[in-house]
Write a protein that binds this ligand. Structure first.
Ligand SMILES: [Zn+2]
Length: 315
């Protein structure tokens, strides 16, 4: 965490190497799409005594003494009966057995709700993937109760992976919004990082933005960098992706090469942007004069992949 002290204590020397793929990029559960076709899928899951059920709602996850809470199907069934708006979601199967989730408008206080963004860094790849899957579905169900075609109420189908209109029979699928996020470098292999006006001072990160209709990912990278910093980019190389269901993003990470280095920020999404050498970023993050993202963020992974060795600190 960044220190508020103007002279923060020196951080320990970094030792970690960048991971080969972004956090959460490889999940550990089999989604078993074929299980969703059975109308009695919940009964089948409940009949397996290895089955466990997560509880999610509005970006929060049920926990038990700080760990991901796993209910038995019988315990979870009580929640479905008690809570209006509860949605049953089939996640699939891990090595420990089938896993489902209950999506609620809010996770009850007695189930110790924790914000998923805060909990995720403490989860392993299997649990992280389950939580991302459940959150993405729950967010979509909560915010899409009606048919986009005729306006009538829709009902849950395919074990929580689609909704069907009762009137016009249209079928609707969960929405995922692609967003590009890029580490731009110049001919001297410096990295371009930006500061948003909404952030505290000293916080810098990679540039990012949503893909627009009719646009390729590569053009979205070039457009966003040009809009936010006026830096022209030609070569764009895919690096890795990460689910980010807060509420519905898929982060698509890229390395991009600038053809000129003069910066003019837009002042709206980015109010400061700078080129950093590796040595400068090492020193500035160590001193706390620059704070970069951390946790499981793909932005930190992109920065670490470019930098080559663990940098100090994070927000
Ligand atoms: Zn309809």
């Amino acid at each position: 965490m960044p220190s508020a002290d103007p002279t923060p204590a020196p951080a320990p020397e970094p030792t970690s190497e960048p991971a080969p793929a972004p956090p959460l990029a490889v999940t550990g559960h089999d989604r078993h799409g074929e299980w969703r076709k059975a109308d009695d899928w919940w009964a089948r899951v409940a009949a397996d005594r290895r089955s466990r059920v997560l509880v999610v709602g509005h970006g929060r996850v049920a926990t038990d003494a700080g760990r991901l809470r796993r209910l038995t199907p019988a315990e979870a069934a009580g929640l479905v009966v008690l809570e209006p708006g509860a949605t049953r979601l089939l996640l699939g199967e891990t090595a420990d057995g089938p896993v489902a989730a209950i999506g609620l408008p809010e996770v009850p206080e007695e189930l110790e709700p924790e914000h998923a963004r805060a909990l995720t860094p403490a989860l392993d790849g299997v649990d992280g993937g389950l939580v991302m899957h459940a959150l993405g579905l729950e967010n979509w169900h909560r915010t899409h109760p009606c048919c986009a075609r005729c306006g009538a109420p829709t009902e849950v189908a395919q074990a929580g992976h689609s909704r069907r209109c009762r009137v016009c029979r249209a079928q609707h699928f969960p929405r995922t919004d692609p967003a590009v996020i890029m580490l731009v470098t110049d001919d001297d292999d410096r990295a371009l990082l930006g500061h948003s006006p909404a952030w505290p001072q000293r916080r810098f990160s990679t540039l990012a933005g949503f893909v627009e209709p009719g646009e390729s990912l590569e053009d979205a990278v070039r457009r966003e960098v040009a809009e936010e910093t006026a830096v022209p980019v030609d070569q764009v190389t895919y690096a890795g992706s990460q689910p980010w269901p807060f509420p519905a993003s898929l982060m698509l990470g890229f390395a991009a090469r600038a053809t000129a280095t003069e910066i003019t920020v837009d002042g709206d999404e980015v109010d400061d942007a700078r080129w950093f050498t590796r040595a400068e970023l090492s020193e500035l993050t160590r001193s706390g004069d620059v704070v970069i993202p951390g946790g499981v963020s793909i932005s930190r992974w992109l920065i670490d992949t470019w930098h080559g060795a663990g940098l100090s600190g994070s927000w």
